[in-house]
Design a protein around this ligand. Structure first.
Ligand code: AMP
Ligand code: FE
Ligand code: FE
Ligand code: ZN
Length: 291
């Protein structure tokens, strides 16, 4: 049984439609796939229809931009009620921050000698509500400024580079509480990947667990074997669910193929059980696994 709980579609910065992600998941031999677009549930309905059609189990989720001690921390939220008011409010602010920084990024790039327009970026964005640096990266690739997204980030878009502009993110602890109250299960995505390693030690995971944190994404391409061992030990000691996933972005991220990391069936069951507990406590209709 192959379970991959972290993927992106064109509802954020993946390169495939939500339906195509489901079809690719089936073709890759996955049994269960989580769709976790950045800060949005916009892909859920299309993905659900395709998942039923091809026969994969879909876990609706999202990857929410949060901030802890000034550092960016990505929070995976599985099966929350997407209409829970506090969640809607925060996602609206986060998405507004994404849209709002576009003009500033374009201005800074222009000052640095790279001319792109808002229209060119919006062409790459398609219908996604979560406008991001990957879309700007795609414009830089299309115009021949760089060869691929990775180079675009390294030379133009990462912190300290000419195009970088900070944006709004909810505090991690507050967002975990919101996701939990929305009946979902919160899991820290790639905790020791880019940018968040130094703010996420065992004591911090323990504090976040008090706010409702359910799990840690241990098996992820941003973590080497040593990191995975250390994170697995921390998760076991704190009784947190251990997940693994590809963080698939279609052709938008190399070395993140569907199923390259997976979650064990036992940990998946624990994750669903914790989500069900939160849903029961929330006393509201929440998202459901599509089977
Ligand atoms: P943003 O959400 O606009 O801050 O952009 C961050 C997103 O860009 C991340 O969630 C990744 O999906 C993607 N990203 C970050 N670094 C890279 C990279 N070096 N190559 C490709 N994609 C990246
Ligand atoms: Fe992304
Ligand atoms: Fe992420
Ligand atoms: Zn991701």
């Amino acid at each position: 049984m192959l379970i991959d709980l972290h993927t992106h579609s064109r509802a954020s910065d993946g390169t495939q439609s939500p339906g195509d992600v489901m079809r690719s998941a089936k073709a890759a031999g996955l049994d269960v796939v989580g769709l976790t677009d950045h800060d949005s549930a916009a892909g859920w309905d299309e993905a659900a229809a395709a998942a039923r059609d091809v026969g994969v189990e879909l876990v609706p989720g999202m990857e929410i931009s949060t901030k802890l001690y000034g550092s960016g921390v990505h929070l995976l939220a599985y099966l929350p009620d997407p209409n829970y008011p506090a969640l809607v409010d925060e996602l609206t602010k986060i998405l507004a921050g994404r849209t709002g920084r576009l003009a500033a990024m374009i201005g800074q790039l222009r000052d640095a000698g790279v001319d792109i327009t808002e229209e060119e970026v919006l062409d790459q964005v398609g219908g996604s509500p979560a406008i991001g640096r990957p879309h700007i990266a795609d414009v830089l690739v299309a115009k021949g400024v760089v060869g691929d997204r990775t180079q675009a980030f390294a030379e133009w878009l990462n912190w300290g580079r000419p195009g970088y502009v900070t944006r709004y993110a909810t505090r991690t602890d507050a967002m975990i509480a919101i996701v939990t109250a929305a009946g979902g299960a919160a899991v820290i995505a790639h905790p020791w990947g880019r940018g968040s390693r130094h703010v996420l030690d065992k004591d911090t995971f323990a504090e976040l667990r008090e706010r409702g944190l359910v799990g840690i994404e241990v098996d992820h391409q941003d973590h080497d074997d040593h990191d995975r061992d250390d994170l697995r030990r921390i998760a076991e000691e704190l009784d947190l669910v251990i997940t693994g996933a590809s963080d698939y972005h279609g052709t938008g991220k190399v070395d993140h193929d569907l199923g390259c990391n997976v979650t064990s069936p036992a940990e998946y069951e624990r994750l669903l059980a914790r989500a069900a507990e939160n849903a029961a406590r929330a006393r509201r209709p929440v998202a459901e696994v599509v089977r």
